[in-house]
Design a protein around this ligand. Structure first.
Ligand code: K7E
Ligand code: RUQ
Ligand code: CUA
Length: 650
């Protein structure tokens, strides 16, 4: 997000002078009081209480921290290359980064969602969005690896994503940029936005047993921007809510032109109704599309990328009862649903209040047709008819809200740089604390479930300024953890994060820890180039392709002297780690190889493709310190001239 813009709006709307210096209380160090250290200290050898999965923003990665310590436990490559893990370098993982545009080995990852059963986290998967080239990823929490990536058609950018329903029936995505439907774009002038650009909402079904995603259907709506969304739960199960800005339908200088209307919308979607319409055959099959579906298989240890061409689209304008707009001041960013599912909180970035809508009132308003008109053929419910009430003068630039499970909400304020706690029922403000600085998302463990763990809130900040030792012009991004168990919020700890953190979620460690896989069982390895033991290690030539079946075990490779390779050959090193001890990976690297390196876990096979560009002797070695004789874990490859008669030996 562009913070300068928000600061300017802050100035314009509030007419108050705000600088980052002024957000900083005198002696910010004093903001931490008393027993803060005790509350975040996790003694050596002890485990944290929560896993915290945090978006890595434009690093395209997801990072895993322990809470309350803020210790970084793992960085999971999702849409990105990661040499540490060979991700995107090995032949097996390359297909995961494929899109209909070819390999896009990067993205802008904003939001994470833990899978839910019956409204609470079940510890099985984490979903993440690619904001740029529209994709949704599923990360498997037995392996902490990306298991699946689905590209979305008819989408211009996937920001309002990957929010999920109460039982992970669907992962849902709203396009940030409206665009013409795929396949039509080239013939559509940009200034025909209003007539021709569409906002699509994608509903991706998730298989209960294995997590596999499929694009179930899309809903076509007028061209606007969708920002964020949340599923209904409890009383509002079966509904989904999307924040909607640019209802001005501007296609240029949105900073001004999309900020004119006093109110934009929250779009309420009845997805149970959508299912009925689908069954009744009301969906329109669209088959001029191109999108891919990538899956990683833990038995073949290989990813596949499949091109898809079809989807089913429901038209919101034609299908009655599917969608309703609720007016919401002003350019809403977050839209969040409380643990009961009754209250829906809109956070207008430019609004001076927070509207809280009531699900039961929305239902009454729909039944009684309390509409104030329509937008693009979709009824607009009267603001007052849907409103539970407004939080008055909460702060400047409200963005996101989470819930503590004790009847309170905490909202982040980007412009006034604070967290504000308020009561959902009576809408009274209870407490506020500064953030350092300019908080974006905030997170309470379980904060979007039906039973939040209201012990901590973490602020994910956009600006770091003076919080850490300077590291040149670019500073570490920053998160801050607060104790919210008492009446007053208490700042406990700052910790730096990998990439720009947007949304994050945290779950009790027990729900994940015990599912975590220790090793891949070697007898279950179904990789087509698997090598069972050293006696099967070998080198085979097939024309210009050479397949090296290589094994690793402490502390040597088999084979370790290879001759008969020729310049320009396609050499595939299929490295099987035949160890079956927990925590005993080996690495594999060759001098000059442009495909990076491999990290091969016990029981796994991974392949490095190498095309030697010159003759010579090339050492290879293990990159992961594995024993006292790790430095002995090496080998040589002899590369001869093309057409040479040096036979393959090993
Ligand atoms: Cu508020 Cu992309 Cu969720 Cu960042 S968005 S802050
Ligand atoms: S070696 S333990 Cu290169 Cu000193 Cu690493
Ligand atoms: Cu194997 Cu170091």
């Amino acid at each position: 997000m562009n913070f300068k813009k928000y600061v300017l709006f802050g100035l314009a709307t509030a007419g108050m002078l705000l600088s980052f210096e002024s957000c900083k209380p005198k002696g910010a160090g004093n903001a931490v009081s008393g027993n803060a250290a005790e509350k975040t200290y996790v003694a050596p050898g002890q485990y944290d209480e929560f896993y915290n999965f945090a978006s890595g923003g434009f690093s395209g990665q997801l990072s895993v921290y322990g809470l309350p310590s803020g210790r970084l436990l793992r960085v999971i490559p999702v849409f990105s290359l990661d040499p540490e893990k060979g991700w995107g370098f090995s032949e097996e993982t390359k297909p995961m980064l494929e899109t209909s545009h070819g390999s896009v080995p990067w993205d802008d990852l904003h939001h994470v969602q833990l899978s839910k059963t019956d409204g609470d986290y079940d510890g099985r998967w984490v979903f993440a969005n690619a904001n740029n080239t529209p994709r949704i990823a599923r990360i498997d929490l037995t392996t902490f690896r990306t298991a699946e990536i689905l590209e979305l058609p008819n989408s211009g950018g996937n920001h309002s994503s990957p929010f999920i329903t109460e039982n992970t029936e669907y992962v849902v995505a709203g396009t940030r940029f409206s665009v013409p439907m795929d396949g039509e774009g080239g013939d559509v002038p940009i200034n025909t936005y209003k007539q021709n650009f569409r906002g699509t909402l994608s509903f991706v079904s998730v298989n209960k047993d294995n997590g596999n995603m499929e694009l179930a259907f899309q809903i076509e709506t007028p061209g606007v921007n969708y920002d964020l969304s949340r599923a209904g739960k409890g009383v509002s199960h079966g509904w989904f809510f999307f924040s909607t800005y640019n209802t001005e339908q501007a296609n240029t200088l949105l900073e001004v032109n999309a900020s004119k209307n006093d109110k934009d919308f929250v779009l309420a979607v009845n997805w149970k109704k959508a299912e009925e319409y689908l069954k009744a055959g009301k969906g329109k099959k669209v088959s001029n599309l191109k999108y891919v579906h990538n899956k990683y298989d833990d038995h073949t240890h290989t990813a596949t990328s499949t091109l898809k061409t079809e989807t089913i689209v429901l038209n919101a304008e034609e299908l009655e009862g599917l969608c309703y707009y609720i007016p919401c001041p002003k350019s809403p960013h977050g839209v969040d649903v409380d643990p009961s599912g009754e209250y829906i909180v809109g956070s207008g970035k430019l609004a001076a209040l927070i509207p809280v809508f009531s699900f039961s009132k929305i239902q009454k308003a729909i039944a009684g047709k309390q509409f104030e008109g329509e937008f693009g053929g979709i009824p607009v419910i009267k603001y007052e008819a849907a409103l539970h009430g407004e939080v008055e003068k909460p702060g400047l630039g409200p963005l996101h809200t989470e819930f503590d499970g004790r009847g309170n909400a905490i909202t982040s304020f980007f412009v006034s740089s604070e967290l504000v706690k308020w009561n959902i029922k009576d809408l009274k403000i209870l407490d506020r604390v500064p953030t350092f600085y300019s908080v974006g998302h905030l997170m309470i463990p379980g904060g979007d479930t039906k039973s939040p763990e209201g012990k901590y809130v973490v602020a994910y900040n956009k600006i770091t300024k003076d919080r850490f030792l300077p590291t040149g012009p670019e500073l570490a991004h920053s998160a801050q953890i607060y104790d919210i168990s008492g009446d007053k919020m208490q700042l406990l700890l700052d910790f730096p994060t990998i990439g720009e953190p947007h949304y994050a979620q945290a779950v009790k460690a027990e729900k994940v820890k015990d599912r975590s896989l220790k090793i891949f069982k070697i007898e279950e390895n179904k990789h087509p180039f698997f090598t069972k033991g050293e006696n099967e290690a070998r080198v085979e030539r097939k024309g210009n392709d050479v397949h090296v079946y290589l094994t690793t075990i402490r502390s040597h490779f088999a084979p370790d002297n290879i001759e008969g390779i020729q310049q320009g050959d396609n050499v595939y090193f299929h490295v099987t780690n035949i160890e079956q001890d927990w925590d005993m990976p080996h690495g594999f690297a060759i001098k000059g190889a442009r495909n990076g390196e491999l990290l091969v876990l016990p029981g796994e096979t991974q392949t490095l493709k190498w095309v030697p560009d010159r003759i010579g002797i090339f050492p290879f070695y293990c990159t992961d310190f594995c024993s006292a004789l790790h430095q002995e874990m090496q080998g040589y490859i002899r590369v001869s001239k093309k057409g040479s008669n040096v036979p393959i030996t090993y």
